[in-house]
Design a protein around this ligand. Structure first.
Ligand code: GLN
Length: 544
């Protein structure tokens, strides 16, 4: 049976619980254990799919097509274990299931209550599909004391009883702030937070204390005494230079050992962490640097493009260069008076990421034109590929009115809903005018690549699986016109209906992909497209 590690947070939010969970899982994995990480989100949305990236950061998509919390991206990047739908649940989804059961009459007249019905559903979720694992790490979103997280706290309290002390570990992540006037790190917020937790019936076994300077022995002993844990289980968690240094730092601080000891497992030999030291060594000693411009809409919030940001860093690791990302607001490029060339000329590569809606689209199209005409490496992802096709249609294929039906009715739907351009007999893959939630092409689909294409060289294969999250598709009926304009449809869905990749053979590096390759990139296994794109940026940097 798998052992369960429950991770809660206290004092303030944004303490890096997700990163802690991911790092601990990586450390346990390095010790030879099979791990899986799950996230419980207390909010009432059924999934984060319909939330603005400004609210909750990027929506992370799994192979099996779930729209999940961005923490699942960290989990996957740190462990290499593909996340699944069953690894993320929200209060909204739990209630949706319970209410559906209630309406069906499944409760046989019983009063449906938070305890036991909601807590049972949470427990079921935590334990599902865990037979083949050694450790299941469950991160509870939010902070102790939140009203919304109470049913989750109660469920994990019960789980300790159900599974037994020997099979469960509670980790609480807190903040130990430095008070300048006193010249001291303060332990009181941690004490109060642990008191809140114990009032819910949860005694933590390990405390992870975030601090911006080393935690002196005296403070550690004090926290141990007041919070009822061994001193060795009070883990100092200093800010790290890079997120990929976090596993090494937690190992040095004794986190994995403390967790194993709490399960009465003798930690034994040090885990092999060479994978992580290699990454940190490369990040710390770049042999050059490049600047990539990302022309998007949600550029004010780094979390909105979390995986993209990381995938670019991974591309840098692959090429031993530091990647500076310049976030550019596409809307600025639409304003008269903006000197687009002046903004884009210093860049070694341009990327237009995924996005929704018309705002900023003309600015994105202008940056495609710049990249195409000036031979600057261009990478279009999802909406970025669609914009590249519209740009190509307008400026190289003579279709002045080219647009996407996402932005309203158009005479030239170079991009549109598949239902709008499939023939009568064609498959109706999606309903028009349906709900916004859960109506996209989501998850992993395969694509066949043309044997002589740039992308097949990059992948070293002609069959790929990549993750999708979009409603609209490039309209295959415009293929001929676009190909005459120099764009090649080098990746197609196996049935030949859905364009998956376009490229420009007469350009140093111009690729648009309908999927999201950033979701599968890992620091120890950079995605080939990102490695190649950053390689192209390095070559470009030698020219300018
Ligand atoms: N808005 C576009 C669509 O739905 C692109 C989506 C995306 O970039 N993820 O097709």
């Amino acid at each position: 049976m798998a052992r369960f590690i429950f991770i809660t947070g206290g004092v303030v939010s944004s303490l890096g619980k997700g990163l802690m969970a991911a790092s601990l899982a990586a450390l346990l994995q390095a010790r030879g254990y099979r791990v899986r990480i799950r996230k419980f989100d207390p909010y009432l949305n059924v999934d984060p799919g319909t939330m603005s990236p400004y609210q909750h950061g990027e929506v992370y998509v799994t192979d099996d097509g779930a729209e999940t919390d961005l923490d699942l991206g960290h989990y996957e990047r740190f462990t290499g274990v593909p996340s699944r739908q069953s690894d993320n649940v929200t209060s909204g989804r739990i209630y949706q299931q319970i209410i559906a059961k209630e309406r069906r009459g499944d409760y046989l007249g019983a009063t449906v209550q938070v305890i036991p019905h909601v807590t049972d559903a949470i427990k079921e979720f935590a334990r599902a599909e865990t037979d083949d694992l050694d450790f299941v790490l469950c991160e509870i979103g939010g902070t102790v004391g939140d009203i919304e997280s109470l049913p989750f706290m109660e469920a994990i309290r019960q789980l300790r009883n159900d599974l037994g002390r020997a099979n469960t570990c509670f980790i609480h992540v807190t903040l130990v702030p430095y008070i300048a006037a006193a010249g001291e790190l303060k332990t009181k917020p941690t004490q109060h937070s642990v008191r809140d937790l114990t009032s819910l019936g949860i005694q933590p076994d390990v405390l992870v204390c975030r601090c911006d300077r080393p935690l002196p022995d005296g403070e550690r002993a004090k926290i141990a005494l007041f919070c009822n844990v061994p001193t060795s289980a009070v883990i100092e968690a200093l800010d790290a230079k890079s997120i990929y240094a976090v596993p090494l730092q937690y190992n040095a601080a004794g986190l994995d050992e403390a967790v194993l000891r709490s399960f009465a497992i003798e930690p034994g030999a040090m885990p092999d962490l060479s994978r992580w030291s290699r990454i940190v060594e490369r990040l710390d000693n770049p042999e050059g640097e490049v600047t990539v411009g990302v022309v998007g809409k949600y550029v004010g919030l780094a979390d909105a493009y979390k995986s993209l940001n990381e995938a670019l860093v991974h591309g840098g690791i692959a090429n031993r260069v530091k990647v500076n990302i310049r976030w550019l607001d596409a809307e600025l490029f639409e304003q008269t008076g903006t000197d687009i060339a002046a903004e884009l000329e210093p860049l070694h590569a341009i990327l237009v990421p995924g996005g929704f809606g018309e705002r900023g689209s003309e600015g994105k199209i202008k940056s495609v034109t710049f990249a195409r005409e000036r031979n600057v490496p261009y990478f279009g992802i999802c909406l970025g590929m669609q914009m590249a096709c519209i740009e190509g249609a307008r400026n190289t294929a003579g279709i002045a009115g080219a647009s996407t039906t996402e932005f309203g009715p158009t005479e030239e739907p170079v991009v549109g809903l598949i239902t709008e351009w499939m023939t009568e007999e064609g498959l109706q893959k999606r309903e028009e005018g349906g709900d916004l939630g859960g109506t996209m092409r989501l998850g992993a689909y395969n694509a066949s690549l043309a044997g002589n294409s740039h992308v097949s060289t990059i992948y070293g294969s002609t069959e790929i699986w990549e993750r999708h999250r979009h409603r609209y598709e490039v309209n295959v009926h415009y293929r001929e016109a676009l190909e005459k304009g120099g764009m090649v449809f080098s990746g197609m869905s196996p049935d030949g209906e859905l364009p998956e990749i376009v490229e420009r053979p007469d350009h140093p590096w111009f690729i648009g992909v309908q999927f999201h390759p950033e979701l599968k990139s890992k620091p120890f296994d950079p995605h080939p497209l990102f490695a190649s794109f950053i390689g192209a940026a390095v070559r470009q940097s030698r020219l300018v």
